[in-house]
Design a protein around this ligand. Sequence first.
Ligand code: PEP
Ligand code: MG
Length: 328
Amino acid sequence: LSERIDAEAEEPCETQDGCGIELYINAGLSAEIEINASSQGVGIGLYRTEIPFMLRERFPSEHEQVDLYRRILQSSPSQPITMRTLDVGGDKPLPYFPINEENPFLGWRGVRLTLDHPEIFLVQVRAMLRASIGLTNLQILLPMISSVNEVKEAKRLIEQAFYEINDEVKSTGEQLNKPKLGIMLEVPSVLYQLPQLAQQVDFFSVGSNDLTQYLLAVDRNNTRVASLYNCYHPAVLCALQDIVRQSDAHKIPVTVCGEIAGEPGGAILLMGMGYRRLSMNAYNLRKINWVIRNVSMAESRELLASTLTAHTHEQVYVHLNHYLERKG
Ligand code: PEP
Ligand code: MG
């Protein structure tokens, strides 16, 4: 099977009935592998910028960040590169910025922290913008958004950084393009404000890992409750379906970048729901490309319909495994 998967890796990602699905990679961990994948023409759906921050002993300077981001943007200049602003806190500590909280996942995390420290946010956004001078592929993504106010505040800071750098750039004759702006959908409150949020940003990206954690109130890293943490819980599947329906209704592009997008059964269910953009770890890319090339939209909708009758994630697995086994 792995030979068949490799042989088809360069083939376009479309279902047997010709529906194109865009695949992207999640980056941040192993820069070299990912730059390699992206230089083969695959865009980045999620670049977790906190990872290079976590591997250092101090905040990287603006200059250091520009160098890093520029390398990544240049690796695939014709493909979108989605850089998420710093998502520290929760399970992602910075050794040089200790946070002590009883409930870190409900605390100072992601955009909450960086909006309270605009100097950190502005340095990062300026670095992203400087790195994108002369390029058109930068997209900025905001993590842990739970309200419209956070989006407005982040937009204000991004605009400020944009006009500052644009003024500098004008005199050099170079071009600074306005990046598209998106938000992570990973806190359940945003599911009830999608129309309002759609007015504020250019795209959505579903963080199914955190959406599962927050929807089910299960710490994603606590082994005691690990059996309760499951992104195939029927409530999570309903939320995912609701998001794509609402996003389509508001004509706003939506990607799934949580782990479910890189799993064969998950990818098929997401397609059936209407998702056309999936972002995953680079090592899942070939497998998911192969899976999509071997199913039809009609089949994925059928599988979804039967799965949505399930009352528990165990029943969801029964449907998925039955289908996957039948497909070999
Ligand atoms: C998610 O929450 O699904 C996600 C993609 O972000 P992270 O795993 O980095 O929190
Ligand atoms: Mg997340």
